[in-house]
Design a protein around this ligand. Structure first.
Ligand SMILES: [Zn+2]
Length: 412
């Protein structure tokens, strides 16, 4: 496969907690799938898996009116002062909607309970309380192109998603934590609803089987749930977590042979056949906004790398304006100029090359997609195509990890 597949997302870090306890089944390393080894005593007390996940439906933030289709008919909610009103006449500071079947709102299908409350910024705020495994299924559907994803690739992604969720739950034990349904956490667009075509029906079966086959499985390290990240395409070498996410533990930089091969092939290919490579052109007004946000004046006069990791990934840059200069993490610059435009830290070239913006602004050419930490989705696809198992893929991108099947129970 030579083309980058669509719908790739990078992922950041999270928060949430759970009212849950757990039971552990025997641990195994990733290299020995499903082997039954003695329970890791260090894991017996700490890790836990949530039964449900609370998700903020960010696309509905501040909506004046929310309309939901249920199997029993439509239900509407709107705000009145500091209360939420339901079309049936009920009102309260917070309302819930539970239905036995799917809940359809804003064109997406959800399973679970909706929770609506007034938003401090106006309008409503909508949360979904969703069964963990259904949530994992929805995230995998949003993260991977189901039409081409292979079973081992789907399973590896499902385990990574579940691990990320469990880890973030454990980090934020506040009473009602939640995950965003977008790039702040993990992409989630509700349940995958296949069309009538055989291809979509088969994709739905593959997705469902992958989640069921990995039910409860999470990655551990030192007896604790691993702080996993994943991304779309590394470009040939993954990144150290600690260098991109301050306050986190270092993680191994892993060679990604599929991406390296693609990058080498693209170097000799015509420009229109370089799907791993990206270009962006930032207009003077975008760059000036960056200068203002960085507090260095009204106009950007220079953008220059000052720190790279051993793989050449940009880490810190000098942002110079007409009133001063500052060193910033590249992530800050990407956030200001747009993650979707400045797609990765693997920068190949600037235009102009000296980083001084011209009349057209500043062009950037780079390689890969996303932050580069942890599992590389592009590489995982190719490894799965080579016959690697889900565990082999995970052990490659998370060296030294162990795996455990956790079962969640609600705490009394
Ligand atoms: Zn890769």
């Amino acid at each position: 496969m030579t083309a980058l597949r669509p719908q790739r997302r990078w992922v950041g870090r999270v928060c949430i907690a759970g009212l849950v306890a757990l039971a552990l089944l025997p641990l195994t390393t990733c290299r020995t799938p499903r082997a039954r080894l003695p329970l890791d005593p260090a894991a017996s007390a700490e890790p836990h898996l949530p039964r449900t996940v609370r998700v903020l439906l960010a696309g509905l933030e501040s909506s004046e009116r929310v309309e939901v289709q249920t199997s029993a008919g439509p239900v509407a909610f709107w705000r009145q002062g500091q209360r939420v009103v339901r079309s049936s006449g009920e009102s309260g500071p917070r309302l819930w909607l539970t239905a036995p079947g799917p809940l359809v709102l804003a064109g997406r299908t959800y399973l679970g309970t909706l929770e609506l409350e007034p938003h401090a910024k106006g309008g409503l705020r909508v949360f979904l309380e969703c069964d963990l495994e259904r949530y994992v299924e929805g995230v995998v559907a949003a993260e991977l192109p189901l039409w081409s994803a292979l079973p081992a690739e789907l399973q590896a992604q499902a385990i990574a998603v579940r691990t990320y969720t469990a880890y973030t739950l454990a980090q934020h034990p506040e009473p009602h934590p939640y995950l965003w349904d977008g790039v702040q956490d993990q992409a989630f667009r509700g349940q995958f609803v296949p069309g009538a075509s055989q291809g979509e029906q088969r994709a739905a079966v593959r997705l469902s089987r992958a989640v069921e086959a990995t039910r409860g499985l999470v990655l551990l390290q030192g007896g604790r749930v691993l702080d996993v990240r994943y991304h779309a395409a590394c470009g040939g070498l993954t990144a150290n977590r600690a260098s991109l996410f301050p306050g986190t533990a270092p993680s191994a930089m892993v060679a990604c042979d599929p991406c390296a091969q693609r990058a080498a092939a693209e170097a000799a290919a015509p420009a229109e056949r370089r799907p791993l490579t990206w270009t962006a052109q930032f207009a003077p007004q975008d760059l000036d906004r960056l200068a203002r946000e960085a507090g260095v004046g009204e106009h950007l006069t220079l953008l220059q790398v000052i720190e790279q990791d051993t793989g050449g990934r940009w880490q810190r840059v000098r942002v110079q304006g007409n009133k001063g200069a500052v060193a910033l993490p590249l992530d800050t610059v990407r956030k200001s100029l747009g993650y979707a435009t400045w797609k990765s830290g693997r920068v190949l070239a600037l235009d102009p090359a000296n980083g001084v913006p011209g009349p057209q602004g500043l062009g950037v050419r780079g390689l890969g997609r996303g932050h580069g930490v942890g599992l590389c989705q592009e590489g995982a696809h190719d490894y799965a195509a080579r016959g690697w198992t889900d565990f082999a893929i995970l052990e490659h991108y998370y060296p030294g990890c162990a795996i455990a099947r956790l079962s969640a129970t609600t705490q009394p």
